[in-house]
Design a binder for this molecule. Structure first.
Ligand code: TRP
Length: 362
């Protein structure tokens, strides 16, 4: 079901503020009527998740789940091959993701956790979907361009080039109508909406076979890593959920600050100090300005102590649960098996409908 709102939703060039306004309206609707929504979100299995993931998306997923929204979480184990040549440690990375999900409170009874590669019918949707998008449109996608630039590979694979259409299959196979994302994923969501629209008009004779899903932009502010740039594992500046309290203390101690003794929250002019303040505030559930004010003239060492205590206290129960689940590999496997089974059933139904719509059911 496509959600009709009074918010203008005319073209992809609407810009960020329209998506933000619409997200606010959608938030209200989710609270009022969670049963209207099916959410699809996911991650590439690149290793253990960190606090940037947690406050950027994980926290929000658990919140939506607990509001009663139906949720599917994809582990994009094909997409992860877009920017690396090798699939080594893939099993380990997939299992690490499941562990992180369970530890933060994603409940496999309520949420379907599944892997790309195990759902043949989902992947088959890629073929009709590719017929609905031009090479020029794929080439224009700013997020793909950025990833190609960052991947530092000598050539671009077909998988890298086509992955926004694949992501459309991830979202549309279950007819999700809400996709919580960060800003970088908005171009992909636009591709998904385009494919849904074109499928409905070109093959569906105007019937709504696929809803046009909405982005739900996260309100979370950007969390920087310990060196003051975007938190990311490859930059070595991330605070990993699964790390120990000591490792966390060490990495916060080595975090970059500036030479002003007075602590303040001014993200634009003091990004490093402000990000540390923000981190403490998020973990304490407080306003960052207030946290900064309390610290006042006590300097960077006191700030780091506050951050370390707040982060370790916040993560303690998550880490405890994670360690417990990590002892039972059979359980992780079962979560995946069950999720894959549920996702495959949904994908089979959708593929049959698609083939029937395309007069290709023999
Ligand atoms: N592209 C997303 C990322 O890099 C992962 C992803 C794959 C995804 N399929 C998705 C996200 C579908 C949302 C919906 O993080």
């Amino acid at each position: 079901m496509t959600i009709d709102l009074d918010v203008d939703h005319s073209s992809p060039s609407d810009g960020l503020s329209t998506v933000q306004r619409r997200s606010a309206v959608l938030e209200e609707l989710v609270h009022r009527d969670p049963g209207r929504f099916r959410v699809l979100t996911g991650d590439r299995p690149t290793g253990r998740l960190h606090l940037g993931h947690y406050f950027g998306t994980l926290h929000n997923r658990v919140r939506l789940q607990n509001l009663g929204v139906e949720m599917l979480v994809i582990i994009a184990d094909y997409q992860v091959l877009t920017d690396r040549d090798v699939a080594d440690r893939l099993t380990e990375h997939v299992e690490d993701l499941v562990l992180d999900y369970l530890a933060v409170g994603v409940d496999p009874q309520r949420a379907t956790i599944f892997t790309h590669s195990a759902i043949p019918a989902l992947n088959q949707l890629l073929l009709p979907f590719l017929s609905l998008i031009t090479v020029a449109e794929l080439g224009r996608n700013p997020t793909v361009k950025e990833e190609i630039a960052q991947s530092q590979q000598s050539s671009v694979s077909g998988l890298m080039f086509t992955y926004p259409a694949h992501q459309a299959a991830d979202i549309l196979f279950c007819k999700a109508n809400l996709v919580p994302v960060g800003q970088d994923q908005l171009p992909h969501l636009e591709v998904t909406r385009t494919i849904a629209r074109r499928f409905n008009s070109r093959y569906g004779g105007g019937l709504e076979i696929f809803p046009e899903p909405d982005a739900l932009l996260s309100a979370a502010p950007l969390l920087l890593g310990t060196d003051g740039t975007k938190m990311s594992k490859s930059r070595g500046n991330a605070i990993v959920l699964a790390s120990s309290a000591d490792e966390t203390a060490r990495s916060i101690r080595s975090a970059k600050t500036d030479s002003h003794r007075h602590i303040s929250y001014e993200p634009a002019t003091r990004p490093e100090v402000s990000s540390l303040v923000l981190l403490a505030a998020l973990c304490l559930g407080r306003d960052p300005r207030q946290v900064a004010e309390d610290l006042g003239g006590r300097g960077a060492a006191a700030l780091k102590e506050t951050v370390t205590e707040a982060v370790n206290a916040y993560l303690a129960p998550i880490r405890e649960r994670r360690a417990l689940y990590a002892q039972d590999r059979g359980h992780i496997r079962k979560v995946l098996r069950d999720g894959n089974e549920r996702a495959a059933a949904i994908a089979n139904t959708t593929l049959t409908e698609v083939r029937s719509t395309m007069n290709a059911l023999y």
